[in-house]
Design a binder for this molecule. Sequence first.
Ligand code: ZN
Length: 391
Amino acid sequence: MNKSRANFGNSIVVRKWNLSSIFKTIHQHGPISRIELTGITGCSAGTVSNHVRTLIRKGFVIENKKGISSGGRKPVQLIINPKKAYIFSIEIEVNQIKIVMFDLEIKIVMKTIIPIIYKDDYMETFKQIFFEMNNMIEKKSLKLENLLGIGIAVPGLIDKVKGILEFAPNLGWKNVPIAMIFKDKYGLPIILNNEAKAAAIGERDAVYPHINNMVFVSINEGIGCGLYINGELYRGASGNAGEFGHITINTNGPQCHCGNRGCWEIYASESYMVNRYFELSGDKNKLPKEEIYKLGKNGDKKVIKIFTETGENIGIGLVNIINGLSPELLVIGGGIVEIKDYIYDEIIKKLEKSALSVSYRKTEIKFSKLGSLAAVYGMADLIINKKIEFI
Ligand SMILES: [Zn+2]
């Protein structure tokens, strides 16, 4: 690449970065003046003024003239125009689907959760989603041009560029061209992402914007992780880095659907608790996790024992993550957050006993603040960023 082309490419990257960081700062700190924006973003007054002009012209930002007081002129305040556009965020889980409509301020406008009825037939599942989305669009009297895009989070391995879900073992789906199917239906920008990575993005943007080294461990039916390394989401060569759910913790353990034996998620996920309760109770059918959680919260001894085991097993995997990556912050998210009070002590006990203390004492352990909504928030962030970069 010759030098001028490299510079040209670089200047586009810088422009995109400045534009989205100005937008994000208005979102986080608005109402905010142009002068304050210069201070927080580190952009020059000229850059701020240019980009704010673009954002206002496109309708993404509005001037809030109420900032003028009687005592003297205050600088004009800027705020996000929440009604400028809406975003759909969809999280396909193993047994249910969350469909959330956000406004441009990333506030939830509407939310619905539907069960997956036809797991074997993904097109039928998508038809269910389309039906709900169309309902929401109609209720809000929106047109397709009012929508910025659709973000879809899935529990599996993806080809992010092609928008294909390559393999979701807990759903039994393989090679599903999700982005194409949604694009054909709505003609909007579509982003597909793994749910743990989406949740990591959501949690970091909303709760920990200044943490640069963070691991988000999403524990649901399986376990996935999103890694922030030096302030960037780390995807690795395949785009699927972070599959710590499949680190081996018992070489002679049971078969995992990934083809290996004794993976961490076999011992530390919500599926572990469901299977373990089934084993201990001698029931005819497996009890859903919601019922097991209810029993545990009501003091059922068998379930409390399972919670304790699961907490310890979660700790074993976290020891590997902390020793290997030494993050500043480790956030535990996903459905497991529901029983955080029952597993926290066991996790910490295991970490204190087994993690390398040089790394462990630098790691903060938290449960997700966004809880089960982290992934949909993350997908909304991604759609907005993508759109802002191209205005
Ligand atoms: Zn595995």
